[in-house]
Design a protein around this ligand. Structure first.
Ligand code: NAD
Ligand code: IPM
Ligand code: MN
Length: 349
C-alpha cells in the first residue's frame, strides 16, 4: 500500500486533479495495486479564510507518512504576492529537498506541434531543472523602498553540492534511459561566478560518463535551437530559473501547457508530482481545462512508485485519446474536462 497526499490547490487545479484521481482509481482495479489517496485542502481559499497556508507539522507528516504527493496548481489573483503558493509549493520543494525537477517534453501527435512539419520523434527530450536553489531562494532585500533612491537586490545561489547533484542526476538518467547526449545550459558568459561553477562541475561530471556526449549551450541560443531543431536534444540540465522558463517553451512544443507533466524528485524520498501549468484562473470552474498534463503527471508518479505497468498503461491511454482528438478545445477537440478525462479512462484497459 502506497500513501499519496493529494493537494488539488487553486483555479483549475481541483478540476484536473479530480480527473487524475479517477484515472488512478481505475488503474488500481486494472493493475491490482493499492494506493491510499489522502486529500488536503491547502489552497488560496484556505489561506484567505484562516491566514495559514500549511499547518504546523505538515512537512514532517508528508516526509514521514507519505510515499508521494500529487498537486494541481497554486496561484490566485486574491493573493497578489503569491504567499501561499510560495509556502506550499516552493516550501515542499525546499523542505523535502526535491532537487530534481524532471520535465519531459514529448510530442504525442504531429498536429499539436506549432512548428512546421514535425513528427513526434523530433520532439522527445527531458529537462532536468535544478529545484532547490538558484534565483528561487528569496535572498536579498530592498533599501529605501518606494523612494527614488530605491535599491533592490535578488541573489542567485549556486552551491557546489547543488550543482553537482542535478548534473549527476541528468547523466545518470541518460545512462539508464539510453539517451546519448546531455546538454548543459547556463549564461556563464555573463554570470561569471555562479555559472562558471556550473561549467567546471559539468566538465568534471561529464568525464565520468564517457559514453554520453556532453555539450553546452548558452540559454539564449538554447531557446533558438528548441524552436529550430528540437530533435537535437536528449537531456537538458539547467538552473532553477532557466529551467522554469524553457519548460513552458517545451510545453508549447507539445501542444501547450495542458500537455506538460513534471516530477519534483529526491530519489528514494517522498516526491511531488504536478503538471507544469498553473492555476489558469480565467478557466477555473468552467470545465474546460485540459486534464492530459495531470493524467501524465499521475503516470509519472506511478512510475516513481515502481508501478511501471500501470504508468505505461495511463500514458498509452492518454496518447490514444489525444490521437483520436477526444480532447478539450485547447488541443483541437470539443470535450469538457470531465469528458476528456472519461475518454482517457475509456482507453485504459
Ligand atoms: P498558467 O499555466 O496558469 O496558464 C497560462 C495559460 O496556459 C492559460 O491562460 C491557458 O491558456 C494555458 N493553460 C494552462 N493550463 C492549461 C490547461 N490545463 N488546459 C488548457 N489550457 C491551459 O500560467 P499563468 O497564467 O502565468 O499563471 C496563473 C497562476 O498560476 C499564477 O498565480 C501563477 O503564479 C500560478 N502558477 C502556478 C504553478 C504551479 O502551481 N505549479 C505553475 C505556473 C503558474
Ligand atoms: C512552475 C511554476 C512555479 C515556479 C511558480 C508557481 C512558483 O511556474 O512550477 O513552473 O516558478 O517554479
Ligand atoms: Mn513555471
Amino acid at each position: 500500500m502506497k500513501r499519496v497526499a493529494v493537494i488539488a490547490g487553486d483555479g483549475i487545479g481541483p478540476e484536473v486533479i479530480n480527473e487524475a484521481v479517477k484515472t488512478l482509481e481505475q488503474a488500481q482495479q486494472i493493475y491490482s495495486f493499492d494506493l491510499e489517496l489522502v486529500p488536503f485542502d491547502w489552497s488560496a481559499d484556505k489561506y484567505l479564510a484562516t491566514g495559514i497556508s500549511m499547518p504546523d507539522g505538515a512537512m514532517e507528516m508528508l516526509r514521514n507518512e507519505f510515499d508521494a504527493i500529487l498537486t494541481g496548481a497554486f496561484g490566485d489573483p486574491r493573493v497578489p504576492d503569491n504567499k501561499h503558493a510560495a509556502d506550499i509549493l516552493l516550501g515542499m520543494r525546499f523542505n523535502l529537498d526535491l532537487y530534481i525537477n524532471l520535465r519531459p517534453i514529448k510530442l504525442i501527435d504531429a498536429r499539436l506541434c506549432p512548428l512546421k512539419d514535425r513528427q513526434p520523434e523530433a520532439v522527445n527530450f527531458v529537462v532536468f531543472r535544478e529545484n532547490t536553489e538558484g534565483m528561487y531562494v528569496f535572498m536579498g532585500g530592498n533599501f529605501k523602498k518606494s523612494s527614488d533612491d530605491e535599491i533592490a537586490i535578488q541573489e542567485e545561489i549556486n552551491t557546489r553540492k547543488g550543482v553537482e547533484r542535478i548534473i549527476v542526476a541528468a547523466f545518470e538518467y541518460a545512462r539508464q534511459h539510453h539517451r546519448k547526449r546531455v546538454t548543459m545550459s547556463d549564461k556563464s558568459n555573463v554570470l561569471t561566478y555562479g555559472h562558471d561553477l556550473w561549467q567546471r562541475v559539468f566538465k568534471e561530471v561529464a568525464a565520468r560518463y564517457p559514453e554520453i556526449e556532453a555539450n553546452h549551450l548558452y540559454v539564449d541560443v538554447l531557446t533558438m535551437w528548441m524552436v529550430l531543431d528540437p530533435g537535437r536534444f536528449d537531456v537538458i540540465v539547467t538552473n532553477n530559473l532557466f529551467g522554469d522558463i524553457v519548460t513552458d517553451l517545451g510545453a508549447a512544443l507539445q501542444g501547450g501547457l495542458g500537455m506538460a507533466a513534471s516530477g519534483n524528485i529526491h530519489p528514494g524520498k517522498v516526491s511531488l508530482f504536478e503538471p507544469v501549468h498553473g492555476s489558469a484562473p480565467q478557466f477555473a470552474g468552467k470545465n474546460v481545462a485540459n486534464p492530459v498534463a495531470a493524467n501524465l503527471t499521475a503516470a509519472m508518479m506511478l512510475d516513481y512508485l515502481g508501478l511501471k505497468e500501470a504508468a505505461v498503461g495511463i500514458e498509452t491511454a492518454v496518447e490514444t485519446a489525444v490521437r483520436a482528438v477526444e480532447t478539450t478545445k485547447d488541443i483541437g477537440g470539443t470535450l469538457t474536462t470531465t469528458e476528456a478525462g472519461a475518454a482517457i479512462r475509456n482507453y485504459l484497459s
